[in-house]
Design a binder for this molecule. Sequence first.
Ligand code: ATP
Length: 662
Amino acid sequence: MSTTQTTTPAATEAAPGASVAAPQPAGERRPGFFLRYLRKGAAVAAALFLIALAAACFLAPWIAPYASDATDFAAASQGPSAAHWLGTDTLGRDVYSRLLYGGANTLGPALLTVAVAFAIGVPVGILSGFKAGRTDQVVSSILDGIIAVPSTIFLLAVLAVFPHNIVIAMVVFGILISPPVAKVVRSATLGVRAEQYIDFARISGIGDLGIMWKHVRSKVAGVIVVQMTLVSGVAVVVQSGLEFLGLGPQPPTATWGNLISDAAELIHTRPWMLVPTGGIITLTTLALWFVGDGVRDSLAERWQGPPATRRSARARKLVANQRLAAATTGGGASRPSDALVSVDGVTVSFGHGASRIPVVQNVGFEVAAGETVALLGESGCGKSVTARAVAGLLPPSAHVDGGTAVFEGKTYELSDDGDTLPRGNGISMIFQEPVAALDPSLTVGTILTNSLRRHAGLDRKAARARALELLAQVDIRDPENVLKLYPHEISGGMAQRVCIARALAADPKFLIADEPTTALDVTVQAGVLNLLRERQALTDLAVLFVTHDWGVVADIADRCVVMYAGEVVEVGTVDDLFDDARHPYSRALLEANPSQGVPGERLAALPGRVPSPNAWPEGCRFQSRCPFATAACAAGPIPLTSTDDGRKVRCIRWEELRRDAN
Ligand SMILES: Nc1ncnc2c1ncn2[C@@H]1O[C@H](COP(=O)(O)OP(=O)(O)OP(=O)(O)O)[C@@H](O)[C@H]1O
């Protein structure tokens, strides 16, 4: 008897060696868009109503029981009957038939308004939100200027020039209503732009247009659909209002506005007339809104996954202990003489004008091919800002005030957008939240094959084959199955492996890893670090590893760059730092490291906190927390001194302190 074994997607993650990546429960696969929409009763009913209404209106000449202007004075002003389901008007015309004919005359121009508003508003909104900064400011000012135009007066002026031409009026209304649409789309785009998968796409070398098309469009689609339904409703109401005022097509042409106008004249004698004429507009508008909500929710559900989990403090402590033990057998590489990447003078500030504050100043480091350099320091020291400045992925509010990166002998001036950097097959990056770094609307297969087709120029079939290979290389079992999954359907550890696979797909020479294991479960972390080491050994990848975890440093790094309050305070090999840290901050950090603790003894704490960038003191920035600080430490800026043994330290007392300690 044969048995069939089923594996959950997360369980397909491999467990390399002893550092087993514990399987995590995967999310259930979600049904497709239409099935999700069909689960929403009100939205389905609304869509059916709108389809039936539109079909009936546009087929009115064939299905309406009477002609639009067929009069029957003998049956004038009657209520609903078998012959006239919604009654007749004062000329004996069938109200139901006129509603159908009027619907075609009303819905057509209203759809034109929507088409014009979105043809203008969507691209402008996406461009403005995505480019942000100066472009956004200019576009927003223009949009504000158009919004300030009193649209009703403008429409009346248009109708004065083109009397009763409701089509032109509604096209103009489409133009006038496009700025609010653009603003809503812009806001949604600004939110998407801040997502890590956009950074990931940028560091992969995808251009702005490609990112807007592949990653932004689908995320703002829900907002666009909701706006479309809202604008459609508004267009129907505005058009009917203009026709009600007698500014649209003249009687006997049937429009919903004209029908309401006729009914309003009989409000005292035959109030019933207002029910079908006003009711159809109300029902249409409501149905549009329900459809919009249903589409938006169905789109969003496609990539909504369970919230990301962070590992516990206890787990962090455990891994730090494990890794520190490993460090005692690890050897530190000496300072590289053949740096692949040489970063110098990185200075970044946030804010504008007088409130502009530097957060990173004059930071530099080198990384050789095959080397891992850890960028280390407490939270707020400027590690991520430095790493992002080098990758050209700073948020829009940040400004690069200076800095260069020499990469493979070529010098790049660092800039706010980093557009000139050799992204993709030069520099790549992986992030702290792996699931957030993967576009939730794309499957793992699409994410990887897009990257491969772009960078390696492979066709669809070859890209798929290479994607399978890459997944196998990052120790994912059953890659065939994983290719079909969405990011929310895989575990954090597997997502980080996919991110690494994607980063490696472009065959980069320099990988920036911004705390890539911090959000992962302790055992999964070890697997990811192993994987990075393996890939590095095979490809001679240079890695900048941002972390605040000495255990991780001991596990993976060759050298350390310790940062404090926006500047580098010490540079040395891992062994140098563990055996003979020279800056009091590095020493204090090591002493406060949980894995250094002696059982039964209180762990040394590092008192105080990193000063915020607007409160950096004159002189040594660590002075207020340093037990060895003297008046000289506050006298002026402390230089980063290179020592004879190839290390660097920013402390005027380091030699004296070292002598005292010995
Ligand atoms: N978007 C931002 N706007 C204003 N200030 C910011 C912004 N991002 C970072 N900063 C400031 O820049 C400084 C450096 O932050 P950064 O994130 O680089 O620190 P970090 O050492 O990487 O810390 P963590 O480990 O917590 O990420 C901090 O003072 C922080 O408050």
